[in-house]
Design a protein around this ligand. Structure first.
Ligand SMILES: Cc1ncc(COP(=O)(O)O)c(C=O)c1O
Ligand SMILES: N[C@@H](CCOP(=O)(O)O)C(=O)O
Length: 440
């Protein structure tokens, strides 16, 4: 069960903190750096286990997730208009399945096995399914069924789920349809659901913020900027900071910027345009209900090249409102042109990422241009997924010219490729090749 049978709201994990041996200072977690030969201490999630204390050590299923890094990028900072030492990229593409989802899936898989699940399922635009499938293939404790919308998954991601042995159901419709359906199926069949409706998954995703703080020598940055899709990450980040503050482990909370793609901007519309707020959970439900009724009436579908955030009905909507409240947050939308341009800058300026991830950098640039982020702020952009996840979008961007744009790009409003770095066709002739190389 992932939601309250009475009100339908998603469940949340809460702890009796007074019964948990929480360290007095975050620095105490550094002790685990020297015991990294223990798999639980090696994990970038479970080495913070006192902050997600729902499993015993011997129950934890880990495959070395969370060995990720925070890296300053001067060139991406310049692109965003920030001071050269002020922009950091939290690179979650280093996870075993290549996206941030592994932080959550180690926790969800652990809980699935704790409750004796034999089958787990998810709907996915690709990364959730890749992550769930790899945990199942390593743990060998439960089978996996994945629901994907037709034509809505990048091949890099689909190939992972297939290879890791998940059964994949391609159903008519998009991610929102697939998620609604898998929720029904899981309830009816008693299957363990691993989307971000699962509160234990979000417990694991809190650790991304613990590692950001750790990399900044436990100093709180000014901003966390994250792409917003189903809003699991933003919800988890808000919970992480809320709990750290309650526990007295940090003295201030960074501001949170959630960046929607323009073609999938439900949160942006409801938060920034309709002024919806958390208000202790007593937000005006009617306002969102009307919004979604209208969405259904018009059969309004999410549409963006950043397929991982092509989501119109974010299930964690209400938890994200809480996160925005905790973190004095803002929401912005960026279009596909801004996303792909930012992606090319991230690629050329360190690490690389998939399209959805680059929404964070595009969003930071936008917020700086609006004066919401100041040039001297310390800004952490979350790069949620590996560069190899969606090669089609990348190659299309780099091969496009102003005269000749890829059809799919232009149908999504991407009409120029200012940072294009496409292959140069050159005759297989030594002199000609050298001439080209010398011209760089
Ligand atoms: C690469 C990538 N970035 C961002 C997101 C959006 O994250 P969230 O759903 O937690 O908002 C997803 C999937 O949801 C994703 O796969
Ligand atoms: N981008 C996601 C969409 C599903 O989100 P989830 O966080 O609810 O699992 C994916 O990779 O499938």
């Amino acid at each position: 069960m992932t939601s309250c049978p009475k009100c339908g709201e998603l469940l949340d994990v809460t702890y009796h903190w007074d019964q948990v041996p929480v360290p007095q200072s975050l620095r105490e977690f550094e002790k685990r750096w020297s015991t990294r030969n223990n798999p639980i201490d090696f994990s970038g999630v479970w080495r913070f286990r006192e902050l997600l204390p729902f499993a015993h050590d011997d129950q934890i299923i880990t495959i070395g997730e969370g060995q990720t890094m925070l890296k300053a990028s001067a060139s991406v900072a310049r692109y965003a208009g920030l001071n050269e030492d002020g922009l950091f990229l939290q690179y979650e593409g280093l996870n075993p399945s290549g996206s941030f989802k592994d932080n959550g899936m180690t926790a969800a898989s652990t809980h699935a096995v704790m409750v004796g699940a034999k089958v787990a399922a998810c709907a996915s635009t690709g990364n959730t399914s890749a992550s769930l499938a790899i945990y199942s293939s390593v743990a060998q404790k439960f089978k996996v069924v994945v629901f994907v919308g037709s034509g809505k998954i990048a091949f890099g991601k689909l190939s992972q789920a297939l290879d890791y042995g998940a059964k994949t159901l391609q159903i008519q419709g998009d991610f929102d349809d697939a998620l609604a359906r898998v929720r029904e199926v899981c309830t009816q069949e008693g299957i363990y659901l691993c989307n971000s409706v699962n509160p234990f998954r979000l417990e694991g995703q809190k650790s991304i913020m613990f590692r950001v703080l750790e990399s900044l020598n436990w100093e709180v940055p000014d901003w966390i900027v994250v792409p917003g899709g189903n809003l699991g990450n933003s919800s988890a980040f808000g919970k992480a900071f809320m709990e750290l503050k309650q526990l007295g482990l940090i003295d201030r909370i960074p501001r949170l910027a959630i960046i929607n793609a323009q073609g999938a901007n439900t949160l942006y519309q409801l938060y920034e345009q309709h002024g919806m707020r958390w208000n202790g959970g007593n937000y005006d439900l009617d306002q969102s209900t009307d919004f979604f009724t209208q969405m259904d009436k018009e059969n309004r579908r999410a549409s963006t090249l950043a397929s991982a955030i092509e989501i119109n009905r974010p299930v964690n909507f209400s938890k994200a409102l809480r996160a925005l409240d905790v973190c004095d947050g803002v929401v912005r939308e960026v279009d596909d042109q801004q996303i792909l341009d930012a992606k090319a800058q991230v690629g050329a300026g360190g690490l690389g990422c998939e399209p959805a991830s680059a929404a964070s950098v595009a969003g930071a640039k936008l917020l700086k241009s609006e004066g919401v982020i100041a040039a001297g702020d310390r800004v952490v952009c979350i790069l949620t997924g590996h560069q190899l996840k969606d090669p089609n979008a990348t190659v299309a961007y780099h091969s496009a010219t102003d005269e000749h744009m890829d059809e799919k790009l232009s149908s999504h409003g991407v009409n120029t490729a200012p940072f294009s770095n496409g292959p140069i066709v050159v005759e297989n002739d030594l002199d000609k090749i050298i001439e080209v190389i010398r011209s760089f």
